[in-house]
Design a protein around this ligand. Structure first.
Ligand code: THU
Length: 150
């Protein structure tokens, strides 16, 4: 009982404050699917697209860009976020992130991308394919105790 109460308070305090309409979610997922075609994925043959919604209402998309030196690969999520920063500057606030892939496979953002999402969207909601189908999660659910300087 005490545990449930604590969880309820925690959910109230830190879980998603942001609501994204069904229409917007579908729009973001469609943008993510559209950009998959631009992926450079000759090594994994796994094409990923991501779209982010900023507080200003702008949508940016990105695909994965692989490299012969595998570790230099940039995930779709980071491509979209870096594109947004390049366009709008570092004050962007990410409201939502949608991720799609060409295999319909479970594909949550990797650990590195979670940290980058958290940098610009500590209250962001993420839409992705989970192991049991489409799902959404608050960034702090995917990345508890995200790192922040200050
Ligand atoms: N990848 C992404 O772009 N986003 C994810 O959320 C998971 C993985 C990419 C990285 C690499 O190009 C390929 O998928 C296989 O790991």
């Amino acid at each position: 009982m005490a545990h449930n109460f604590a969880k309820t308070v925690r959910d109230f305090l830190v879980m998603p404050q942001i609501t994204v309409s069904d229409d917007m979610r579908e729009k973001l997922l469609q943008c993510a699917k559209n950009v998959m075609k631009n992926a450079h994925a000759p090594y994994s043959n796994f094409r990923v697209g991501a779209a982010i919604l900023t507080a200003s209402g702008d949508i940016f998309s990105g695909c994965n860009v692989e490299n012969a030196s595998y570790g230099m690969t940039n995930c779709a999520e980071r491509t979209a976020i870096f594109s947004a920063v390049a366009q709008l500057g570092p004050k962007i606030e990410i409201r939502a992130v949608a991720v799609a892939n060409d295999k319909g496979a479970p594909c949550a953002p990797c650990g590195a991308c979670r940290q980058v999402i958290y940098e610009f969207g500590p209250d962001a909601v993420i839409f992705f394919h989970g192991s049991n189908g489409p799902r959404h999660a608050h960034i702090t659910e995917l990345l508890p105790e995200g790192f922040r300087l200050q």
